[in-house]
Design a protein around this ligand. Structure first.
Ligand SMILES: [Zn+2]
Length: 439
């Protein structure tokens, strides 16, 4: 199925615009996009090649999923109801059987799921990232793709992972939709030399570093036993903490570690569903991180531990857990939750000047939300942010644009056929599920 030519310019008439600009304005008016960028917001806009009556829709900046492993979609449900160590045992056993072709099939299925729920950018950590990059390119989402790095003796990758990551950066540098980056898996599989080399490769490539940190008490305890330091303190001591990096999870932190992440400008991807399902215990200190000045976005983690890639679910759950944990309904307001899923996510990626809000000059990354959906009643401007944070169904996401190009229209992928993506995903699942440990 070949992609239809995207119009050079499109104007959406009379939409409810959830701008997410500096004043967080919600206004009724026009949105115009030309050559991929937004050229008018709110006021009556000049004509365009394509005219869309958007009066029945809200237009919302696309969500940023700040931590996932998108190619794992064929593994949804394969390792439920286990703690992290048992979960990883199953996943590592299955991972050893993965091929580049089934990673691509899985990534296509995952990207389809994300687009159909309003996500336009995602931050990924996996291997065979060239296959994920091809899926990004063909389906038209924006992929920030981290090549997984482990110690050479602990990986099934051929060659040295940090050097594989460096080569990956070279292959995709400058691509309009793919941003290649370096992704050390975590302190439990990366030694000091691996971390330092990963940081160097990212800096030389002018790109991001993405990693898991302090997800469980066990990880923290084992690292402390081995090195005498908690993971975040240790990463600071070896010179890894710094800007242009995103730490996923960050559940078990001391006050000192919260301050370190904030002052070193390390972004945090908060993954409430995954933490709750794997019973990481406690609650990630999202409020304290934000108060300390850290940027915090939401990540779904993979569908093996979530089991969804929906950012709407993540906002809802993330907000409720923080409120309940603190006996304080005022923390993380609906507006703050939406900020974390949009603007803050783009800040984590270092792209806040280009993405994350409906403002003139920014990329046309947004989705149209059906205001007549039952989960959006009453569809009042004053309540739209609340509905996004707490009630809107993924089914209300009607159309999705990335760089002004329609990638979903009326809940149908524009550049690929879901039935063929589904068949390939099921075929990949067939062989992967048969390779899982039986116990
Ligand atoms: Zn993860």
């Amino acid at each position: 199925m070949s992609a239809p030519r995207a119009p050079r310019s499109t104007v959406f008439r009379g939409a409810l615009l959830v701008t997410q600009d500096a004043q967080r304005r919600v206004l009724r008016g026009d949105l115009r996009v030309e050559e991929g960028r937004i050229t008018a917001v709110g006021a009556p806009a000049p004509a365009a090649e394509e005219e869309v009556d958007a009066s029945g829709f809200a237009i919302v900046p696309g969500f940023v999923n700040a931590h996932t492993h998108v190619a794992m979609n064929p593994l949804r449900g394969i390792a439920d109801d286990r703690e992290l160590a048992g979960f990883l045992e199953v996943l590592f056993a299955v991972d050893a059987h993965r091929t580049e072709a089934d990673v691509e099939a899985g990534a296509r299925a995952g990207i389809a799921e994300m687009l159909l729920s309003g996500t336009t950018s995602f931050l990924d950590l996996y291997y065979f990232e060239d296959a994920v990059a091809r899926a990004v390119e063909s389906l038209g989402i924006r992929g920030f793709l981290g090549w997984a790095v482990l110690d050479p003796e602990l990986t099934t990758q051929k060659g040295v992972p940090t050097e594989n990551a460096r080569a990956f950066l070279g292959r995709w540098k400058g691509h309009p939709l793919v941003t290649p980056l370096v992704a050390p898996q975590g302190v439990y599989v990366c030694n000091r030399e691996t971390w330092i080399r990963a940081r160097e490769v990212a800096e030389e490539g002018g790109t991001l570093l993405h990693y898991h940190v302090s997800e469980t008490r066990r990880e923290v305890h084992e690292h402390q036993t081995k090195t005498g330091r908690r993971p975040v303190v240790w990463l600071e001591e070896i010179g890894v903490l710094g800007p242009r990096s995103v730490a996923a999870h960050a559940v078990w932190l001391t006050g000192e570690e919260i301050r370190l992440l904030a002052t070193r400008n390390v972004g945090v991807a908060h993954c409430p569903s995954s933490n709750l399902k794997l019973a990481s215990g406690g609650v990630a200190p999202v409020v304290e991180l934000r108060e300390a000045g850290a940027t915090v976005g939401f990540g779904t983690d993979s569908v093996a531990s979530n089991n969804s890639l929906s950012m709407l679910r993540e906002m809802h759950l993330g907000g409720l857990v923080q409120k309940n944990q603190r006996w304080d309904a005022t923390v993380l307001s609906a507006q703050e939750l939406l900020d974390m899923a949009t603007r803050e996510g783009t800040r984590l990626l270092g792209r806040e000047s280009d993405l994350g809000s409906l403002e003139i000059g920014k990329q046309g990354d947004f989705f149209l939300l059906r205001l007549d959906h039952p989960t959006l009643l009453p569809a009042r401007p004053e309540a739209i942010v609340s509905h996004l944070a707490y009630s809107a169904s993924e089914e209300a996401v009607d159309s999705v644009y990335v760089a002004g190009v329609p990638v979903v229209r009326q809940r149908t992928l524009s550049r690929a056929d879901w039935s063929s993506i589904r068949r390939a995903g099921e075929a990949a699942a067939e062989s992967l599920w048969s390779s899982r440990p039986k116990k």
